[in-house]
Write a protein that binds this ligand. Sequence first.
Ligand code: NAG
Ligand code: NAG
Ligand code: NAG
Ligand code: NAG
Ligand code: NAG
Length: 669
Amino acid sequence: MLLRSVAAGAALLSLVSATTPASAASASVQATQRPRPTTPLSYYLWPQPSSIVDAQKVVDVSDSWLDFSSPNTQLETVIQSAYDRFAHSLEVKRANIEWSGSTFRVQVVISDHSTKGPASLVGIDESYKVQVTQSLATVTAKTQAGAVYGLQTLSQMITKDGYLRLGTITDAPRFSYRGLMLDTARNFFPVEDIKRILDGLVYSKVNVLHWHIYDSQSFPIKWDRYPQMLDATYKYDDGTPKLYTQQDVADIVDYAFQRNIRVIPEFEAADHNAVFGHINASYIVGWNHSPWDGRNGQYMNSTDQPDPANPTAALWWGGQYCNQFPCGQLDIRNPDAIAVLDHLISDIGSWFPDPVLHVGHDEVNARVYGLVPDSWDVAPSDLMYPLFAKFEPHLLQTLSKAKKQYAAWDEVIDTFNIQGILPKNALITQWQQGANNDADRVNAIAAAGFSNIVVSPSDYWYLDCSPSQNWCSTAYEQTVPAFQYNLTGYLTYPGQWHNWTYMYSYDPLWGLTPNASQAVKGGFGAMWSETLKRHNVDHYIFPRISAIAERLWSYNNTQWNDQTTPLRLERFRESLINELNIDAAALDYLGNQEGTTFKTEACDGAGLHAPGQKTSSCTDPGCPVLDSKGNPVVPPSYFAALGDYCDIAATYKTNSFAHTNPSPVPYSL
Ligand SMILES: *[C@@H]1O[C@H](CO)[C@@H](O)[C@H](O)[C@H]1NC(C)=O
Ligand SMILES: *[C@@H]1O[C@H](CO)[C@@H](O)[C@H](O)[C@H]1NC(C)=O
Ligand SMILES: *[C@@H]1O[C@H](CO)[C@@H](O)[C@H](O)[C@H]1NC(C)=O
Ligand SMILES: *[C@@H]1O[C@H](CO)[C@@H](O)[C@H](O)[C@H]1NC(C)=O
Ligand SMILES: *[C@@H]1O[C@H](CO)[C@@H](O)[C@H](O)[C@H]1NC(C)=O
């Protein structure tokens, strides 16, 4: 077997030649000086593994080398990269300590060497075993994925003093799909940020990046076929567009692959499509229409005024053209417009080797197609059916030509009545609640026959639920009337931040029918980026995604207030900061408390205004908005107070935000 010495970026690790034997003698000399561990090995591990045998001993490791070879060079690269992670962890923890410990062998044994590339990660066996003895750590796995995770676990077994804990870990995931959704459309994140996030994801044993790459606000992709799309990018101060090239995508996909992470792109279709208006305005319906997010001033079952007897009655969401500015939906009646989507799937879809492609379909608005009167709040699904019954088979055909499997948000099971058209193994991403809770919704998806469901309950696992967001809580929406909103106030309601314990408290299988339990393949945390900038993206994602990850990885989930859970997560967070330069938030972080609310980068354009309500002045077709009695809705005074969504952005400049490496923190264990 080829023995390769390794010291990744290691000033402190001396290179060991391939012929140097593991120094068992020096290890035993050191043995008497080693402290006996006082904390259980389990405290070192996140997510919790299936089984831990704690040898209650340590070994001091002055240097280590990787013992692995394979005829598959791609596999060698992946294992090397995961081993480097271990070596780096050792280096950081030993940085200030003089040791005379032993040279330590890390042996990786894989039975399946056949892995060919990123597409082969789907459904891959992720189980592994790590056995650490006095001079040898053996990571045994069926596949590279298991080996990568074994090495992540091994890197967690190093104490703060640079000792390695002895013991045996046997592990396998509870769910096969454990994801993070990242939105790069409301704010742009350069490749380096995405790579840093991927480092933290593999350390959390998260294996899917669902990349919500574009939306109505921006299209950060260099698409040579349609250079006009550059108009839909954000710009750096010098005017350079913020975008991902084909090379950038390849770089991210490869980096993710080395970390066992699939990259599933989302090509948002139908709604959230204003960007395609830059190709031809006629391809988009409702482009830049207002109002958006249109609480139109009416109370349920009431006229325009708050009911004095029931002042907190819900406002009615009628008369809007989209849920967020700028409005604009693909005109799926226009073959030329559909051809743009076809081209996107064949051109850009081919940059992503994963077999799954997500095609959005959330929050489609019926009003822009002229299907319902402006005064109707909700369109019956049979009104949308004829449009989608034509569009969807074409889309499926396009995906099939591109060798892609269909994924979409859960609207597709009932909003357009197309559930019968879709293949039952389509990946359905749940985000909405049913009549009472998330389980109701997941049960409904399964009852519609779908067998491949992943959950991202917006009331639990939306990572953007900050004080500046209020759409995360249905109860909140229904009890806090908009007239309480004002420019300083509506952005800073307390209590909307879902902390890690809240996220941890959700279990994807609670309340499910047997069929739905079978159908749920996992879940993901969703990082929408309206309130993010480069400097706080790490804070929002970590360590909350790691809390979600433990739910999805571990069979023996404890409760968050089990005394070991915060201890373990705190130690994990310290490693994210010290070893991966991830600016992970403190466990008691309560969201953005900086007194400034960050708005989508789309607001940063010079002179851009995005009035939440323009009902009395809008000139778009369909205006003015009518109430249910056919009278024009006059915006009440509190909408004047609500004002311009983007004015708030005028107090800061996006481009001045950057990631800075966090200062090291002391390790607790
Ligand atoms: C936009 O599309 C319409 C038809 O959908 C076509 O008549 C018009 O020429 C197109 N405009 C441009 C600039 O291509
Ligand atoms: C308002 O109307 C809806 C639908 O007709 C009804 O279900 C609901 O009970 C009414 N609410 C009130 C407060 O009257
Ligand atoms: C559960 O799934 C089976 C097999 O697909 C189906 O026959 C059965 O009707 C389902 N049960 C319910 C309650 O939906
Ligand atoms: C704005 O809202 C905040 C938070 O609810 C509240 O404290 C403040 O008094 C409000 N200001 C005005 C002028 O209504
Ligand atoms: C998280 O928030 C809940 C309330 O939703 C609170 O009870 C809990 O103490 C918080 N946890 C932490 C660690 O701050």
